[in-house]
Design a protein around this ligand. Structure first.
Ligand code: UDP
Ligand code: MG
Length: 337
């Protein structure tokens, strides 16, 4: 029966002092209604404000709340990964600490889990963010779904519930540039979505600046698709083809200049053409090198095999050294290895 199962909530927090009191109150209130054992793991991603102090106080007030503190800012996706790694529940819910993912929706996710789904992700129906951000998200999810070879649900973020079966596999994935929602979709299992309205942030400012969002988008694309490499080769091929025609043309006008002049094609002066061609090809080459660099950088990150995070403090939960990958078969995930 579900009632003797346990649920873990993972909430990454980065400079969230303004929002935490409301999170404690709202999440605490709904958790009592789930009718099952629960733990709430907040991962302090190297905050510089009073976040860690508030998290420790909350653990003292209510031991359901436990937290880990990173030695520096490792990023949202790493904080989620650490939370998943430490969660002990039969299912784990990932949510933002800023209450954009309303805690009141978690009961709906649990309901679907009880129906037998392994992953229940929340689909954002309406966003309360500015037009440009909404458009970028919209375009990104559509581009990504074109580029990857597995089915990735549109407009879903990290807000979801995952059964332990899939959490074990995520913990076993050793990659450094983690795009958790992609890894989740890639894993398969029985997945379903629930539509919800994404609230505006309850307090404080967004912690994702433009560059962090761009990094997230790049991780999404380059960690899951090699289509950009193929595109690069194709663009190169077409350019070579046209260049070959150009070479033929230039050589023949040179060799048969008398004939061409008589037919209205005087010899080309050439300077502008050369500059344009050089700049154009230079641009394409730089772009191609950049794309290659994205992949090589990722290989470099992988081979270093540094731990994904470093924990400096903990409240109510024993920090585990992230010796990824954990062997999911050894951990008893059903022996699918
Ligand atoms: N966050 C984090 N580390 C970071 C940036 C953000 O743990 O480096 C957390 C943040 O505290 C919040 C969640 O990730 O709980 C989402 O961040 P934010 O609300 O800034 O992003 P947005 O909702 O604007 O995409
Ligand atoms: Mg937010």
């Amino acid at each position: 029966m579900p009632e003797n199962r346990k649920i873990s909530i993972v909430a990454p927090c980065y400079n969230e002092e303004a929002v935490l009191p409301e999170l404690f109150q709202r999440l605490g209130a709904v958790a009592a209604g789930w009718g099952m054992e629960y733990e709430i793991i907040c991962v302090d991603d190297g905050s510089r404000d009073r976040t860690w102090e508030l998290l420790k106080q909350q653990h003292d007030a209510d031991p359901h709340w436990c937290s880990l503190s990173f030695a520096r800012n490792f990023g949202h996706q790493v904080a989620i990964s650490a939370g998943l790694y430490h969660a002990s529940g039969d299912a784990v819910v990932v949510m933002d600490a800023d209450l954009q993912d309303p805690p009141e929706q978690i009961a709906r996710l649990i309901e679907k889990w009880r129906e037998g789904y392994d992953v229940v992700f929340a689909i954002r129906q309406k966003r309360k963010e500015n037009f440009l951000k909404r458009f970028c998200y919209w375009a990104f999810y559509r581009l990504m779904s074109q580029l990857v070879s597995f089915e990735i649900p549109l407009d879903t973020g990290d807000f979801c519930l995952m059964d332990r079966r899939i959490v074990k596999w995520l913990n076993a994935m050793p990659e450094r540039n983690r795009f958790v929602r992609g890894l989740r979709a890639w894993s398969g299992f029985r997945q379903t979505g629930l539509v919800y309205e994404r609230d505006a942030r309850a307090a404080g400012n967004a912690k994702y600046d433009f560059f962090k969002l761009l990094k997230l988008a790049r991780d999404g694309i380059f960690s899951f698709s090699t289509v950009p490499l193929t595109l690069m080769a194709q663009v190169g091929m077409w350019i070579s083809f046209f260049s070959f025609l150009g070479i033929l043309w230039t050589l023949s006008t040179k060799m048969f200049s008398g004939f061409f002049s008589r037919h209205g094609f005087p010899p080309v002066q050439g300077f502008t053409t050369i500059v344009i061609v050089i700049l154009f090809l230079g641009g394409i080459q730089m772009m191609s090198l950049g794309i290659l660099g994205e992949y090589i950088g990722r290989i470099y990150e992988e081979v270093k095999r540094r731990p994904l995070w470093i924990i400096q403090d903990n409240a109510g939960i024993e920090p585990k050294i992230p010796d990824l990958p954990e062997n999911p078969a050894k951990a008893g995930s059903g022996g699918q290895l």
